[in-house]
Design a protein around this ligand. Structure first.
Ligand code: GDP
Length: 445
């Protein structure tokens, strides 16, 4: 996410390393670097101009700080400005005083609306809401089925026209969906609507009609971040055509540049509420401008990582694990398997690792990380007998051959897993006994 921009910005700060104070010339040079970095990231020109002017002004007026060197001062200023253009405070969903809260999704075809309906439904359900998804996209072939599949996976009910009922009118479906939510006391209704490949008048009229029929508390515009600055033009058309109260950035995982994400708030004046960061239902998070700025500046995003972990990990399970690791019990391959399953629930490894501070420098390795590696490890452990999982000592040559065959891997895969498992066990013991004083890698500035 935003890899190119991160690289460019951190490179421009490095030039300030070792300087005693910021001269006018230093500031000018750094600001033009930042300007170029933003333009290359495909950020809208007016946003770039304002950003550069603000950074320049703040840097010139910056007090001589005892605590920070000039490089750090500029990072601090750029961070503050990034938070600003990303929207400042994070914004919550507006819930209706009298449920159900109606959330309408709008956006182009393929922007990720249907996927988002499932993600948002699951997220709301986890927070104790009782959402209903409404399939009012009757345009795209398969959209209704897709919503039904997504709803099933999320464990959230879906309101859709009966197949063959001849109901071909999205406004009727949307209206009856909201009525159903009233009758069945759902606390939130999420209305998926039809998009087109490009903005057209008929689609916009349909969105307006659905809006008028359902009187939504929130209209969320779903914006495909991978499209870059062009997406912002589309956002403007939707703002003028149907209007919206907030933005969801989708496919942020595939966005190396960041142009759409950094421009949309400035161009439309509307806040970003959520980000979609992958194809899995759990690849979804609230959008926090301050945390996003930290990620862009490669300062890591530990808070989001911790929240994701809290969402997925069972507290009792975690405590049991901690006790085992610190030596009260034996950490076995069976426990390891359980941990892998929980890790997988947290979302893709790549996006999780990317949230650690300083990962920018390891980006290439991260890009090459093969998510299937976890599946292979799971297959190997699954091919072991319960006794072998408890007592790895049992694993002699012929057992290892059997396991390799059973898991579709090779004996050397099995050997290498066992080696890594023993190393990890030793490392965890050491960390546990030293009281976890290892510390996190810093920013290196
Ligand atoms: P809709 O036409 O607006 O309903 O779009 P869909 O929900 O069908 O999404 C279009 C495609 O984008 C699908 O293949 C999704 O799997 C994919 N997609 C949606 N959200 C994300 C995301 O956050 N990241 C990635 N990588 N793919 C996504």
């Amino acid at each position: 996410m935003f890899a190119n921009l991160s690289d460019r910005l951190t490179a421009s700060f490095k030039q300030l390393r070792g300087k005693g104070r910021l001269s006018e010339a230093d500031i000018d040079a750094t600001v033009s670097e930042i300007r170029r970095a933003l333009l290359e990231a495909d950020v809208a020109l007016p946003v770039v101009r304002e950003f550069a002017a603000n950074v320049r002004e703040r840097a010139k007026g910056a007090e001589v700080s005892q605590a920070l060197n000039p490089g750090q001062q500029v990072v601090k200023i750029v961070n503050a400005e990034l938070v600003e253009i990303l929207g400042g405070e994070s914004r919550d969903l507006n819930f209706a005083k009298h449920p159900p809260t109606v959330i309408m999704l709008a956006g182009l075809q393929g922007s990720g609306k249907t996927t988002l309906a499932g993600k948002l439904g699951l997220w709301l359900k986890d927070q104790g809401h009782t959402p209903l998804l409404v399939a009012a996209d009757l345009q795209r072939p398969g959209a209704v089925d897709q919503l039904q599949i997504v709803g099933e996976r999320a464990g959230v009910p879906v309101w859709a026209p009966e197949p063959g009922s001849g109901v071909g009118d999205p406004i009727t479906v949307a209206r009856s969906g909201v009525q159903q939510a009233h009758d069945k006391q759902h606390s939130v209704v999420i209305v998926d609507t039809a998009g087109r490949l490009g903005v057209d008048a008929e689609m916009m009229q349909q969105a307006v009609d659905v809006r008028d029929a359902t009187d939504p508390d929130e209209i969320l515009f779903v914006l495909d971040a991978m499209i870059g600055q062009d997406a912002v033009t589309t956002a403007q058309s939707f703002a003028d055509g149907v209007g919206f109260s907030g933005v969801v950035l989708s496919k942020l995982d595939g966005d190396a540049r960041g142009g759409a994400a950094l421009s949309v708030r400035g161009v439309t004046g509307k806040p970003v509420l959520f980000a979609s960061v992958g194809e899995k239902l759990t690849d979804f998070e609230r959008f926090h401008p301050d945390r996003m700025a930290s990620r862009i500046l490669d300062m890591g995003d530990m808070l989001t990582l911790i929240e994701q972990a809290e969402r997925t990990f069972d507290a009792a399970e975690a405590e049991k694990m901690a006790a085992k690791i610190s030596g009260d019990g034996d950490f076995t391959l069976q426990d390891f398997l359980g941990q892998l399953a929980q890790l997988k629930k947290m979302g893709s490894m790549k996006s999780m690792l990317g949230m650690l501070p300083g990962m920018g420098q390891m980006r290439d390795q991260l890009e090459n990380f093969d998510e299937r590696e976890i599946d292979r490890v799971e297959a190997i452990v699954n091919s072991m007998t319960p006794a072998e999982r408890e007592q790895p000592k049992l694993l002699n040559g012929s057992r290892r051959q059997r396991i390799a065959r059973g898991s579709g891997t090779t004996v050397s895969d099995v050997n290498s897993l066992m080696e890594r498992f023993e190393q990890a066990k030793t490392m965890m013991r050491q960390m546990a006994t030293s009281g976890g004083k290892g510390g996190m890698p810093g920013m290196g500035m």
